[in-house]
Structure formats: C-alpha cells, structure tokens
Design a protein around this ligand. Structure first.
Ligand code: BES
Ligand code: MN
Ligand code: ZN
Length: 493
C-alpha cells in the first residue's frame, strides 16, 4: 500500500473514493458539509432517509456524487463525538478500510477532519496506515485465496500533525511487522520449524543493512551448557536453534534493548502429553518469536536509532524415545539444576537459558514475549498482554505504551511468597509450581535467570491468537506494543 498527502479541498480530490465521518444524530463535519453542499444535499438526504445512521461500524456508499471530483463517497459512522476516544477512532478507521478493500477501489482519500483535533494528526495517520496494512493481510501460504484479491493501492490523507509522512511510514512498518508475525504464527508446525525461523531471520538480515544474524545450533548450545533448552528439543527430530538478530541503530556504546521470544514451533506437551482437543493451536506457541521478528523488521525498516537485539529460543516439544521425562533433572547454563516435573512447562526452560545468554549483551533491559501459560488465557481471555517483571519503571513504560497503541498490558504481582512453589526435593528448583497462580509461578521461574538486568515478561498466551471460527488466526500482537516502546525509547513516537 502507498500513502500520500493531499491538502486540496475535499470537493476537488479526484479519488476513487472519499471516506467521510458522520457523527451522532447525522451531524456532518466540515468535510461532509462541503460535500453535501456541492452535491446538492446528497449526504443529508441519505442520513435523513434513515438508511444510514451514524453508529460505529455503519457505512454507506454514494456513487458519482454531483459537484465532487471523487467517484464515490463512503460515509462511515463515527458515533458520539463526546465518546470518541482512541478505541473509537481505531474502529472508525478499520471500518472504513475494510469497506474500501471489499469494493473495486484503487485510490482512496480519508477525510479525517475533526478527528485529528482529538488525538493529534500523527497518531491518526500512523493508525490509518497500520489498519490498512493489517486489513489487507490474507493468509495464502497453503490455501488458495477466496474471492478476488483487493485492488486497493493507495491512500491519501490531509497533512496532519508535525510530520505526517513519518507517521504514515511508522504505521505502515508496524502493520507490516504485525503481518509478518501473523504469517509466521499461522504457518503450520510442519513448515514453520526451528530451522525455518532461523532461515527467516537470516533472510531478514540479508534485506537490511542494519541487521545481522547469528544462529546457534545444538552442538554450540551443548558447549555453552544450555541443558534446559536442549531438554525441550530432546524428543524431536527438529534441531533446536538460538537465533540472535541485531539491529545496530544507535551509537557503539549504547546498551541494547533485548527482545526475547518463545519459539516453540509446536507444543505437544512432550511426555506430559496435552489432551487432543484444540491441540492444533499449539502451532501458535512460537508467536512470541514471531512478534520479535515482526518488531525487528519494523525497527530496521524505520531505521530506528536504537541498539536492539532480537533473540528467539526455538525448539519443538515432542514425545519420543529420547524425550525428557517427568522427574528428569537437567542443568541450566547458569549452573542451577531443574527438576522437570512437567514436560509441558517447556517455555520457561527454553527461555531461562536464553536469558542467561542475554547477559553477554549487557542489556539496557530485556523483554521476553511468550505464550507461556493457559492460566493467562483463563484469566484475561484474548484482551490483555500479561505483564510481570523485576523493574517497575520498565513495566510502567510498557503499561503506558500499551494504552497509547491499544495493545494493552496488565500487571500481575511477582511477590516473593510465590517463589516457594518452585521448591524441589531433588534439584535447585522445579519447573512448575502448584495448581494455583500458574502465570505468576511461571514468571517466578524466569525471574531467577533475569537478575542481571531490568526485565519484563509478557505472557501473550491470550493475546497472540484468536481461536474462534472465521477469525481464527494469529493477531500480530504484541508487535504494536513493542514498537510503541521502541519508538518512545528512540524518542520518535
Ligand atoms: N504453550 C503452553 C501455554 C498455553 C496453553 C498457551 C494453552 C495458550 C493456550 C505452555 O507451554 C504450557 O503448556 N503451559 C502449561 C504449564 C503447566 C504445565 C504448569 C499450562 O499453562 O497449562
Ligand atoms: Mn507446554
Ligand atoms: Zn508451550
């Protein structure tokens, strides 16, 4: 999709379609008023007829409006201006974009007047570009496309905010990053293996000068003593990989932000085998890794002036003759022993050795992103990224970024009292706690490997994919949250 700026008067813009908001009780904004006048009252006639009202999600297409250079006008309900918050604005943009994609429209112009006053033009322009990118995404890797491809090619918007071109580029990169994360998430486990993720990272590094990649194989990880990570891959014929992507955007001395993604390309549970129902969804158990790839690609596209390291701990969790068994004890790279009481608590095992490895980068902070616990889904459904960590300032930053970009996080306590659930009679710690507080005890386990730096953990088991019907698929979250964070660190939000 291409994005351009157009400051001409709304009646003289010769787009295939103009998108115009209509407010509560059919109130037109200035643009709608001007179009109505030029067309001899066509807009007010529609609104007056009751065929189109003004509720969010409602729209109506007008053809060949008199007195206007555009071929069509799409009226989109914007709702009550008094209640028009960021969420309503995002819905308004998404609704407009979806209708445009359904139609035979190549070039569209979004009016956006009246709305920019509420949020600042930069937010709005970026959000529009992001919505346009993500709405146009179609999964096609292993399935013939349904219906004709969308023909929409370009958008123009009025010149909003301080630097609208940069805002559009930002939104586009975030949307593309989300689509990259969705595509990797949606790919089946027999295609998207640890080796596939490593090849993907290498390809990405080949496309951007700022990116370089380093991939550790099992022999190298054995050399480093990564007994926890390797124990997860033991039952699989797919070799584990530790992927390290670097984006050098800042000065040499600047400490890097490290993003670390859980990359379990399929989670059967291992010997502690999962029940069969909906097990296919465990192909999404690498969505943390996918979000790291998406964010790294977006950071590189935007040439963000930050030093950034994207790590992916990739493995397949399978039962097998060589698989790790409940009761087995392994030694982590940090030297601590772990009694594996449940082989289905594998995410923390791949992450703990990766966290230890991250120490060598002397990070400004480490954010791990993981589809870690079913308990996170049980509590929060699909809405929240669940946040825990050892540094409140870092977590406050993430909470605030989540509110700004609507990819929100909610914090849980990481109190010491929970730590004792991990006590083991036979090792320095067990890999699971008791029946309760599963999201917290999982984070407790990670916290023992994250003492050397400010650390935040995002449990995205609920937010990373949707499981229902036609909407089933990866969401691309939390790429927006990660990007908001990185842009703020780069002082570019
Ligand atoms: N990948 C799962 C977590 C998960 C389950 C995410 C369902 C989304 C939906 C993780 O590896 C896992 O199996 N966690 C266990 C941990 C338990 C054995 C302590 C869980 O949450 O049940
Ligand atoms: Mn598991
Ligand atoms: Zn898992």
């Amino acid at each position: 999709m291409r994005y351009t700026l157009n400051q001409d008067s709304i009646t003289s813009i010769a787009a295939d379609c103009l998108v115009v908001p209509i407010w509560k009780d059919g109130e037109p904004g200035d643009d709608a008023e001007a179009l109505d006048e030029a067309s001899g009252g066509a807009l007010k006639q529609i609104v007056g007829s009751g065929d189109f009202r003004w509720k969010a999600g409602e729209s109506h297409l007008l053809h060949e409006p008199a007195g206007c250079a555009a071929k069509r006008i799409l009226l989109v309900g914007a709702g009550d201006p008094a209640e028009f918050d960021a969420g309503a604005a995002a819905k308004y943009l998404a609704c407009g974009v979806r209708k445009l994609l359904d139609g035979n429209i190549r070039h569209a112009h979004f009016a956006l007047e009246g709305i920019d006053a509420v949020f600042g033009g930069g937010w709005l322009a970026a959000r529009l570009a992001r919505e346009a990118e993500t709405a146009a995404y179609r999964y096609a890797a292993t399935k013939a496309g349904a219906g004709p491809e969308p023909v929409l090619e370009s958008f123009s918007v009025p010149s909003l905010g301080d630097d609208p071109a940069a805002a559009l580029a930002r939104g586009k990169a975030i949307g593309r990053g989300m689509n990259r994360a969705r595509e990797l998430g949606n790919l089946p486990g027999n295609i998207c293996t640890p080796g596939y993720l490593a090849a993907h990272a290498a390809e990405l590094a080949g496309q951007h000068d700022s990116l370089s990649v380093d991939v550790l194989d099992e022999a190298q990880m054995r050399e480093l003593g990564m007994g926890c990570l390797l124990s997860v891959a033991a039952g699989s014929v797919e070799e584990a990989r530790l992927i390290v992507l670097r984006h050098q955007g800042g000065s040499g001395e600047e400490k890097p932000v490290v993003l670390l993604g859980k990359g379990i390309t399929f989670d059967t549970g291992g010997i502690s085998l999962k029940p069969g129902l909906a097990m296919d969804e465990m192909k999404f158990d690498m969505c943390g890794a996918a979000s790291v790839m998406g964010a790294m690609a977006a950071a590189a596209e935007l040439q963000l002036p930050v030093n950034l390291i994207g790590m992916v701990a990739a493995a397949e969790n399978m039962p097998g003759g060589k698989a790790t068994k409940p009761g087995d004890i392994v030694t982590s790279m940090a030297g601590k022993t772990v009694e594996i009481l449940n082989t289905d608590a594998e995410g923390r095992l791949v992450l703990c050795d990766a966290l230890t490895y991250a120490e060598r980068f002397d990070p400004a902070c480490v954010i791990d992103i993981a589809t870690l616990t079913g308990a996170a889904v049980a509590t929060f459904g699909h809405e929240a990224n669940v946040l825990l960590g050892n540094d409140q300032a870092l977590m406050d930053e993430l909470l605030q970024c989540g509110r700004t970009c609507l990819d929100r996080a909610w914090q849980l306590p990481l109190w010491d009292e929970y730590q004792k659930q991990l006590d083991s009679n036979f090792a320095d710690m067990a890999n699971i706690g008791g029946k309760r507080a599963g999201t917290i005890t999982a984070a407790c386990f990670l916290s023992r490997y994250a003492g050397a730096f400010p650390w935040a953990h995002l449990d995205i088991a609920g937010s990373a994919w949707l499981a229902d019907g036609a909407r089933k698929g990866a969401t691309g979250r939390p790429v927006p949250l990660l990007m908001e964070f990185l842009l703020a660190r780069a002082d570019q939000s």
